[in-house]
Design a protein around this ligand. Sequence first.
Ligand code: PLP
Length: 401
Amino acid sequence: MKRSAGQDPEITARWRPATRAVRGGTARSDYGETSEAIFMTSGYAYDSAGEAAARFRGEAPGMTYSRLQNPTVEMFEKRVALLEGTETARATATGMAAMSAALLSQLSAGDHLVAGKALFGSCRVLVDTILPRFGIETTTVDGADPEAWARARRPNTRVFFLETPSNPGLEIADLRAIADIGHDAGATIVVDNAFATPVLQRPIEFGADVVCHSATKLMDGQGRVLAGVVCGTAKWMNDVYLAFARHTGPNLSPFNAWVVLKSLETLDLRVRRACENALAVARFLESRVTTRYPGLASHPQHELAMRQMAAGGTIIALFVPGGQVQAHALLDGLELIDISNNLGDSRSLMTHPATTTHYSVSAEVRAEMGITDGMLRLSIGLEDPADLIDDLDQALRRAGL
Ligand SMILES: *Cc1c(COP(=O)(O)O)cnc(C)c1O
């Protein structure tokens, strides 16, 4: 391997976030390529039987099998860890692989987990249905109310799991207050940071222990690959996470790791521009319909959002008075913005959560999460905000708003 500053912890520790996003973790092969290589290999060959044995004993450096290590995947992991401010990170095939492995690796039958109610749909299914099948007790609470987290603690509580801002209601959880309450009970604080990304919010700075991502969203940011990542201390990663994941294999493919690795180079630029666009669009929408956006003073937790986040994020929730019929009419009137349930793309996308992303969640749980029939979720991309506003203006008119 050639020398690369991105592999030197003393150098990368001095770098500011935008530099880390471009160069963190870069490893150069003997060709000295400037752009990172894709190592599409499942295995590794050894110079001798003795060397193979030494690597397996952990006494010689080098990789042994791509479920355990891969050079391209490792570059992505190092870069994300540098951005989140954690000692290590491990990549997974999807965001849900990251969430499920992060939780299953540390919970056993008889343990208890507390989660915020306002979770991504599949995270809610994981908490409500899948974990209890393995004898793990779960309680969901109003994530915005620290007292509710305190009341939910039990002697066997091992994990607090939350997402902020939440999807799709854009509720803000007070990371510092909830981390303190969880730590008092000896719980590990696991935060899904997909909506904010480390550009806007680093949960570790507020006391979180483990940070998970759907890298499918803003990290890729161009709607191409599914990916996830779990970040934490070296000790937790080795003793807890890898004790599970080494043998269950939720790994990310080297090709997808490369795609997201290259996307991280522009993460800072993209997220900041999309937030500027979102603020402009939210200001416009607020003049016409009920709008929730953490960057607007009208958001009930605006001050807390601005304490935790560098900007209001890239997602806006809007509420039309005419229920599903009017919400669908607004979507059908769009010309530029796509009707799509994905988010965090360079293209602006809008969806009706009650009939798509949260369709499989019961009406009761939807109500609990603030998902009404008139709610729409808008993910803002990198188009000119004036074009987005023009499109929304004409679609609102067509829907009678
Ligand atoms: C999309 C998403 C997930 C799931 O990620 P996948 O990559 O789709 O598996 C989890 N949490 C949040 C907040 C998300 O937006």
